[in-house]
Design a binder for this molecule. Sequence first.
Ligand code: SF4
Ligand code: SF4
Length: 373
Amino acid sequence: MEDSEAIEQLRLCAGCPKMCRHMCPTFLAWRSDSPTPHGRALLMYQDAKGTRALDERAIEVLYQCLECSQCLTWCLPQVDIATMVENERMRLVNEGRYPRGLDKISSAIKTNHNPFAEPHGKRNKWFVPTKTQGKKILYFTGCTAAYHENGIARSTVSILSHLGYKVSVTPDEWCCGSPLFRTGFRNLGIEQARHNADTLNKSEGEQIVVTCPGCFRAFTKDYPQLGIELKKPVLHISQLLEKHLDALRAVDFGGPITYHDPCHLGRHSGIYDPPRKVIERVSGTKVVEMARSRENAMCCGNGAGMRTLFTDQASTIGDARVSQAREVGAKFLVTSCPFCKNMLASRAGKMLIVLDLPEMVLAAFDSTSKVKM
Ligand code: SF4
Ligand code: SF4
C-alpha cells in the first residue's frame, strides 16, 4: 500500500478504542482479535510501514473479511476497511499470493462464466417466455438465481409479465464479475464486465432489471468506476416493484414478516425503503424490524468469498442472522438477494420461512386471500 491517505487512516484505526469489533460478523464467528476491522488495519499498516510484510496468516485474515462495511457505519473517522481489504486482495492476486480455494471460483468463471462450474448452456434452462407484449425489459438473472435459485428467476418473470412487461433474457449473459471484484480478481472481472456491457448495450430491452444486489452494485458502481458504460437504465427488482405498488396484490401472510437488508443493496447501494414498501404493500402489515437492520443490518455470512473459503464460520454468521429474525417473532424472513436467500434458507429450519422479494410478491398474486406455505 502506498496511498498516504490510506496509511494515515490505518494509523488512526490503530489508536482507536476498537469497539467496532462488536459489530463485525467475523469477530462473532472467530472470537479472535485478528479477523476484526482493526486487526485487518494493523496488518495492512505494518505491511505499509515495512515493519512486517503480510504472511500467510495475515493474508488469511484479509480473506476472512466479508466486505460488508458494517464497521464503516460504526467508525467515527470513517476508515473504509472493506475497500482497503479489497485493494489489498487485488495486489495479492496479482502477486499470486491468495488462498488457493479461490481458484475454483475464478477458473469456473473463466471457463463457464459462472462461479458454480455449471455448463454455460444451462444458464437459461429455467426460462419460459411469456406472451405479454408490453414495454421490453431485459432480466439479467445473475448466476445464483440462474443455477441455484430458479424460483426467484421464475417468480421475477411471472411478476413482470403480470405487470405488462415483455421480458427477455439473453444466452450471452456471463457472471457480472462481482465475486471476482470482491476477491481481488479484477482483471478477470473486467473481461466479464466488457462482455456483459457489449451484450446488454446491444439487447432489445429498454431497461435492465436485476434481482441480485451483487449484479446491481457491479453494474452501477464497479462498471462505471472501470469506465465500462451500460447505456440503459439498471433497476433492482425492489425499485421496479416500488413503481408499481398499486398493481401489486395484497393478501394475508398469516404472521410477522421481517426483512434482511443485503449488504450490496443496503450499505453499498443505499436501497432500504423500496423492498420494505413492497413487503408492506403485499402483506398489508408493517415490517417487523430486527435489532440490526438498515445501515446496521448484519451480513448473512455469504459475502466476498467467505462461504467458499470458510464454510463453517459463514454458517455461524448465517445462524446468528436467522436467530435475530426469530428473536422478533418472525414467521417470514424476506430478503432481496438470491445469495442471501440461499444462505439464510439453508440455516433457517422449518419454523421460519425464507423468501426472496419476487417469491413473496408472486405468492400474493397466486393466492386468493391468504397465503398458504
Ligand atoms: S475501523 Fe474505525 S472504529 Fe474500528 S478500530 Fe478502526 S478506526 Fe476504530
Ligand atoms: S467489512 Fe464487515 S467483515 Fe470486514 S472488517 Fe468490516 S465489519 Fe468486519
